[in-house]
Design a protein around this ligand. Sequence first.
Ligand code: FES
Length: 302
Amino acid sequence: MISNSAILPGVIRLVIKPDNRWKGFVPGQHVVLTIEHNGRLLSRTFTIASGIQQWEKQGIITLIIKQYEQGAFTPLLSDLKADDWLNLSQAFGEFTLPETTKPIVMVAGGSGITPFLSILDTDFSQQVHLIYYAKSGEHLGVNQLATLMQQRPNFSVDIVTRGPQTNLSEQLSKHDAEVVMVCGPSSMYIEAQAWCQKHKRHISAEHFSVLTASFKGESTNHSVSWNNKQFVLNSQETLLSQLTAKGESVTYGCGMGICHQCQCVKKSGVVRDIRSGNLSSNTQQLIQLCVSQVVSDLELEV
Ligand code: FES
């Protein structure tokens, strides 16, 4: 790491100089950041917020991270020193600039702006309009966006203060585009998806709160054996969120079904994959805790 600094209350910027084994990234991709705390390794996934030029010229990348007061990871980032050990995975992810010459509308919610800051700091020839929702005083990268708008005739931005209603459909109709890219809460994605379906437009999304999505059927409780302990867990939240809420030490990274760090062996029982709604078999198989809900009694092996 090179430095960390607060850019807004509760938002930190980390500047990292990866070693020469790091292979670079495509703007819009994520990395898994691992730090050591009290002898334990902790990992989370973050999107790179800086552009390709900074990486190519200076060999550094920037992460902009919202810190959660009660979080087990992000508050620790404020204490990192320049020479502290940290590990960076290779970059991964598919949420990158689509290969199209047609106009694009980008929709960001809160800290969902980070992939767009990276993508926009790269040469693009399409007409791009960004609609950026955040609470009052919590918009990030506003100066960068304003400079970009002055420099590029093919870029425009609406900075919108998020209220109870997003009026996103109205905004999308105003700036009609072939492709809509969305990074924000699930509610934002759902509204954009409905608009795209209606208007036959293509949507590309990274909706980071997908993982709090829950099965909307009747809630049932089931006995789950984990780490030689017994728990009663419900069918509406993910196994990961319930086990961590019960104070269990669970290894995980992205929380999105991407990195497989939360993988464990299900010896018996049925789980639902929250991304597809598909049910597993009742037999032994690998599952990802962050995208699984319990459907029957379960036996898990760590
Ligand atoms: S935490 Fe990354 S796949 Fe579950």
